[in-house]
Design a protein around this ligand. Structure first.
Ligand code: SF4
Length: 259
């Protein structure tokens, strides 16, 4: 059973993260008056903190927007969002639970135990459909600064592309707008705040999948480098906002031929 005491929304880390979220919302124009926001919740620490802090931001915001927290129950064995729903209700936030058994489909189709890619694809499609059908104007995801850095490195090293998880994105089918309000938030701060708040996280290993080895490798690479370069994460995110097409090699961005 979780404590019925509400989390301390004025905890110094909560205040710091809320300011970083507010900065991202403003810099990338993520929300506008009248927006209907769907916060995609996994039950993990990141999206849980995002949900609580978006609730706090909504109360303080000058613009008028609504939001709904939505979780997808994919029927992984042992996945039980009820306690989590109670915890959010105790915080004054209603949780919408969508039920869809993607677990059976994924385990039927994938035989090597690495389910994440198909599982996430199916989850995304279901959540995008729900957002579109229910007229949400934006969908918020709980990705943070470390996710952004790891994704950039994955794309660089394995895909041959200089790209990342953007803070704001229109879906390929033009039906949904996705925002990532925590792109400036460090994962270590989210871990420390989740420990301080001590809420009932739903574990993400219920499916027994051998989750992304390449992503784990990137995480370790960044962690090791940070011993030598303590400012790495800040410099990295600055670089993503400070590209110089004339100092890259992409003909689509810069007309080298006409020089
Ligand atoms: S860890 Fe499990 S639930 Fe999470 S994305 Fe991978 S397969 Fe899906």
């Amino acid at each position: 059973m979780f404590s019925t005491n509400k989390v301390d929304r004025n905890h110094p880390l909560a205040v710091k993260i809320r300011k970083q979220i507010t900065q991202a919302l403003a810099e990338f124009n993520m929300l506008a008056d009248g927006d209907k926001l769907m916060v995609c919740v996994s039950g993990g620490k990141d999206s849980s903190i995002l949900t609580i802090l978006m609730d706090e931001i909504r109360k303080r915001a000058e613009i008028d927007f609504s939001f709904e927290a939505v979780i997808l129950d994919q029927k992984q064995p042992g996945f039980d969002p009820e306690l989590y729903k109670q915890w959010l209700a105790n915080e004054g936030i209603d949780l919408k639970i969508i039920q869809k058994d993607t677990y059976s489909v994924v385990t039927e189709k994938i035989k090597d135990g690495v389910y994440c890619s198909l599982c996430s694809k199916m989850r995304r499609a279901i959540l995008y459909d729900y957002a579109f059908d229910n007229k949400f104007t934006k969908m918020a995801l709980g990705h943070h600064r470390d996710d952004v850095i790891e994704t950039t490195l994955l794309n660089l090293f394995y895909v041959g592309q200089l790209s990342t998880m953007p803070p704001k994105l229109r879906s390929d089918d033009d039906r949904n707008t996705i925002v990532r309000p925590m792109v400036f938030v460090a994962e270590k701060d989210l871990i420390s705040l989740s420990e301080a708040w001590n809420f009932p996280v739903i574990p993400c290993n219920l499916c027994g999948s051998q989750e992304g080895m390449k992503r784990k490798r990137m995480k370790k690479l960044v962690r090791d480098l940070e011993h030598e370069i303590p400012n790495l994460a800040a410099s990295f995110t600055n670089a993503l906002q400070n590209t110089r097409p004339s100092h890259l090699m992409d003909h689509k961005l810069y007309n080298f031929k006409e020089l």
